[in-house]
Design a binder for this molecule. Sequence first.
Ligand SMILES: [Zn+2]
Length: 281
Amino acid sequence: MKSMQDIFKSEEPTEEAIKKMLATCDESAEYIKDGMIYCRKCNEPRRKWMSVFGAYVHVTCSCMIAERDRKEAEQKKQDRLARIMEYRNAGFQDRELQKCRFDHDDNKSKKASDMCRNYARRFEDFKKAGKGLILFGGVGTGKTFLASCIANELIDNGVPCLVTNFARIINTLQGMYEGKQNYLDSLNEFDLLVIDDLGIERNTEYVNELVYNIIDARYRSGKPMIITTNLKYSDLHNTDDTSKARIYSRIIEMCLPVLVSGEDRRKTKAQDSRLMDILNV
Ligand SMILES: [Zn+2]
């Protein structure tokens, strides 16, 4: 006994159905041969008789599939580039810093450059651990440059980063009547927050309180932060100012020290040794 499928399969298209189908031939891309429409490019059939429906349907040939895949890949690439551009524009309030690239590094502080490259390269490890960097060094040693290089490299890889400073954050907050908390929360939407030039903001109780809140919120988000500063490593450890002391102790906990130039790099806490090893590869 024939199965239902066999019965359907045996049903041939009528001459009228074939004629109707052949009339749909798109001559620019298809041709007709032996009562069937074929693709001009790959010579595969472009229609199929479906006895279940009693009609011909369009079928996708190999070159159409390849073209669709190519278009999808192209679209994905465009979307990715657009997203990266968005990240870069959102991430750098100072447009000049968008140009900072490891390729342009003069390697004057080679050790620090290598550590920063390693940080960018192994960002996933540091992100998981919630560990950032604090870049020490005098004025003009290239701390901002290196921190921006990290951000640019991560943005290339689709990681949202923000490069800013406390003075700018505080100015923005002071100009706001409402939505201050939303603004502060938005800082933690970035996978990496770079705060340039810690220590240049005004030293008032109000500013210190805000700086602590920003750093503490970052700490609680579990996401890493990179800080650059003209302060010395010893300044962070020995301060009589209690409001600064709690800011610095959080920073020391969250950021691995990188000396861009100047004093010796001090030993870090034992639990950071694995991550320090990655930086020092
Ligand atoms: Zn084809």
